[in-house]
Design a protein. Structure first.
Length: 202
């Protein structure tokens, strides 16, 4: 078991954790025992049957147990932020603190913008990987004509996230009872829906 402070890093719905946090990790040094946890959603060629946010939570807890972490900190971005909130709801007592950057889910949609975001993902054609990713990222199609193999799994995975975000609600009151700090981070260019989600959790 490493001596550094245990910190779990969760990526968003697209990039792997190693890519998401590649520029941050070199600055942490040996003071941090970093666990980069990719989503179970992308472990196989297609999302696991019956996948839910709880699938990710159980995998996180198993990985933490393998490290012999009784408690740990969490850093998460976008879809990973939604996973982190589900973790807090299920076993928040094991989380020392959370830093969530633009969490993509804070409970069932409570605004037209949230509903449009999730339903828009489901309306895309996941079999057209290039077209789907171009539409999702708001980029020209030719930007995705050449892509890494791992990205070809993303359309189906993003749609699984979308279905789950529409289906599942979050017990925000339970989170407020936790004795653990939760930092929500936004940027100057964050979309209005991100600010709305942050207010829902405040």
């Amino acid at each position: 078991m490493a001596d550094g402070t245990p910190v779990l890093f969760l990526p968003g719905g697209i990039n792997p954790a190693s890519l998401t946090y590649s520029e941050l990790l070199p600055h942490l040094g040996t003071d941090v025992d970093a666990l980069l946890k990719d989503h179970e959603l992308y472990a196989g060629e297609a999302p696991p049957p019956g996948w839910t946010l709880d699938t990710e939570v159980h995998a996180i807890l198993a990985a933490a147990n393998a490290r012999r972490w009784s408690t740990f900190h969490v850093v998460a971005y976008s879809g990973g932020g939604g996973v982190a909130l589900a973790l807090l709801e299920v076993q928040g007592e094991r989380v020392r603190s959370s830093a969530l950057v633009e969490p993509a889910w804070v409970g069932k949609p409570a605004s037209p913008e949230e509903l449009e975001e999730y339903e828009g993902v489901l309306q895309g054609d996941a079999s057209d990987v290039v077209g789907f990713m171009a539409a999702f990222m708001g980029a020209p199609r030719d930007a995705f004509e050449q892509m890494p193999d791992w990205m070809r799994k993303r359309p189906a995975g993003l749609q699984a996230f979308g279905r789950e975000f529409l289906r599942r609600d979050l017990n925000a009151a339970k989170l407020r009872e936790l004795h653990t700090p939760i930092l929500l981070a936004l940027g100057e260019k964050s979309a209005p829906v991100e600010h709305f989600r942050a207010k829902r959790l405040s």
